[in-house]
Design a protein around this ligand. Sequence first.
Ligand SMILES: Nc1ncnc2c1ncn2[C@@H]1O[C@H](COP(=O)(O)OP(=O)(O)OP(=O)(O)O)[C@@H](O)[C@H]1O
Ligand SMILES: [Mg+2]
Length: 526
Amino acid sequence: MPPTSTPQHIGRVEMRGIVKRFPGVLANDHVDLEINAGEVHSLLGENGAGKSTLMRQLYGMYPPDEGQILIDGKPHVFRSPADAIKAGIGMIHQHFMLVPTLTVAENVALGLKSSREPQLDLDKVSKRVTELSKAYGLKVYPSAYVWQLSVGEQQRVEIIKALYRGASLIILDEPTAVLTPQEVCDLFLILKKMVSEGHALVFISHKLHEVMEISTRVTVLRDGKMIGTRPAAGVTRDEMVKMMVGREVKPLAPQPMQAGAPRLQIRGLHAMGDRGTEALQGVDLEVRAGEIVGLAGVSGNGQRELAQCMSGLRTATAGTILIEGKDIAHFSLRERVEAGLAYVPEERMRDGAIRDFSVQENVFLHDHTSPQFTNGIFLNFKKMAEHAGALTKQFAVKTASLDTPIKNLSGGNIQKVILARELSRKPHVLIAAQPTRGVDIGATEYIHQRLMEQRAAGTAILLISEDLDEIRTLSDRIAVIYEGKIMGIVRRGEATVEQIGLLMAGISADSAVGKEPCPPDDPVAA
Ligand SMILES: Nc1ncnc2c1ncn2[C@@H]1O[C@H](COP(=O)(O)OP(=O)(O)OP(=O)(O)O)[C@@H](O)[C@H]1O
Ligand SMILES: [Mg+2]
């Protein structure tokens, strides 16, 4: 059953001279963009360049201050996303907007009820969901509950929702940031299928190898301005970086270091997961001073729970976590910080920042009582402002001011504030979960450098990342987690991607047979 009125198929969308201002920020400065049916058009640019802002206007979330949107030559004004949907435009946000306690079909049906059709027939919705999932290889079951679905599956439900409403242009704002490499593979197959069926797609990602693999054309934004549009086939990684950053950025090549005494020792750690099963089943892991241990694994194998046990967001059911020999497993967050732990959480917006607090307040979230920033019982605001100003400058955080609520910053800039805060301490042990997820290439380089500096200063670093290239670049040793246990530990350079892939699939190192992980090693990763 199609939605009440199926939109016309879109051949071409043009955005002309788009200007969007926020207080103190010119987010889009006369941007021109043209998107055609049958293409994947990628938007590239550093954090805060204006990509999401441009696309939110195309999806009717807010109006441009100047400029026009034309669909097949006809001007359109969108007052809300409902208007954009009616015109055939869909958008998949990075944070999904699904209701966990409803089924897939119910979620797809949400918002479809109209006065003409007060009784929505869920069986018909389910049938159509099944049809769409077959047609596009989306593998989604209409009767499954959303809370049962992995992140990748939830994303597919969002895509089905857009297709169900008849969207022919679909915007995907950093869809791969939350996916594992295998899920990215699957998503790309789906996107290719959609394009071959005549859809137009806008794809936003900071990972250049993804952009090169999937795009027809690439448009680069810098500081709100359009730098240029190029056919993807005719542009190299270095050219894209230069257009985005205005300079060359080379991947890092860390020097070997002599690791010191153990600073973090995890022994026999057990913890329950959210779904009532045991997520950690006896994790043993040691990180020495001046060492980076990378924790690799397919997401959902206990990485999240391990990080949460470290930070105190989850309570271990058994085992110990020793920092410099002291068991912190049952310490409060404050006691952990005092014991020398710094923590870059994966869900930075939820666990690392307070949305309505200013940039400066977020910089001082844990540190406001440090003697450095107090005069007796009073806070030294001048020193605090200086410190926050220096940090945001070092990390190139793009913000109108230090008083701006952090929720107004672009996604990548929020990440940078939290990273700046956690990396600027002098911790004994640093837990960094997905530290470069969602940040641009220049900031990735900077964060990698900061991690290397922390390592040189003797910090023991546990790097949890789904980006195997990142793990392999930075880690002295790589530990692979599978079903809540460490499957194996290898030294840098001693294991191939295939061997790590086998461990990630739960096949121990000495077992010869196994299946090839996807995607293969990609040396041009951003
Ligand atoms: N609602 C808002 N209020 C104030 N400023 C905003 C708002 N939304 C965006 N901005 C500002 O506009 C600029 C562009 O932000 P935008 O989110 O479009 O960047 P982006 O290119 O998507 O970056 P990222 O790669 O980090 O997601 C940033 O400086 C941001 O702080
Ligand atoms: Mg964005």
